[in-house]
Design a protein around this ligand. Structure first.
Ligand SMILES: [Zn+2]
Length: 181
């Protein structure tokens, strides 16, 4: 059967629209469309540490200051500035959970969150110091990872300049066209 010219023209139009829709779909995914999680990576080794959907603002009256920052995906996430007893300052974002190694026993002293004890939190792959994990101070000084993860009363404060956004990292890792064979 031979295709008449008008029918061929229609088919060409349908194919063109399909290709255009596919391109739209792919480009929306590539730019991290609404509803997609953005991952935060360890800046030292690239290990996946936390997801933007787990960010949860826990305000502390001991913070020196706080500001809104658009660091995580398209979410505005408050960043708090803290100072430790040695005078070092850290800007942190708080999360419900994060894939960090917690160094129990927890310490009640010099806490930035009254009523909570803290442990140092490091990257499970490269051991870089990424922040602190907080648990209620009435808890035992040492708990299991599962007890920490399952509780709604625990959280993790991560130092923002020790993290990298996955979406941003992938733009850095794209190979320039001139390097492709
Ligand atoms: Zn790491």
């Amino acid at each position: 059967m031979r295709l008449s010219v008008p029918l061929f023209g229609k088919m060409y139009g349908v194919v063109y629209v399909c290709v255009w829709l596919y391109w739209l779909f792919v480009s929306c995914r590539a730019c991290g469309g609404a509803g997609e999680d953005d991952l935060l990576l360890c800046r030292s080794c690239g290990h996946e540490i936390a997801s933007d959907s787990d960010a949860r603002f826990i305000a502390s009256r001991l913070a020196l200051s706080h500001r809104n920052n658009t660091i995580i995906g398209d979410k505005r996430v408050p960043v708090q500035l803290f100072e430790n007893p040695q005078g070092f300052q850290f800007e942190v974002v708080t999360f419900r959970r994060a894939d960090v190694f917690k160094h129990w026993p927890a310490d009640k002293h010099f806490t930035w969150y009254p009523g909570y004890s803290w442990t140092i939190a490091t990257c499970p792959r490269c051991s870089a110091h990424l922040g602190w994990a907080f648990q209620p101070s009435e808890w035992p000084n040492t708990v299991t990872d599962a007890e920490f993860e399952e509780s709604e009363q625990t959280f993790v404060a991560l130092i923002i300049d020790r993290l990298l956004q996955e979406n941003f990292a992938s733009t850095l890792l794209m190979t320039p066209k001139s390097f492709r064979s």
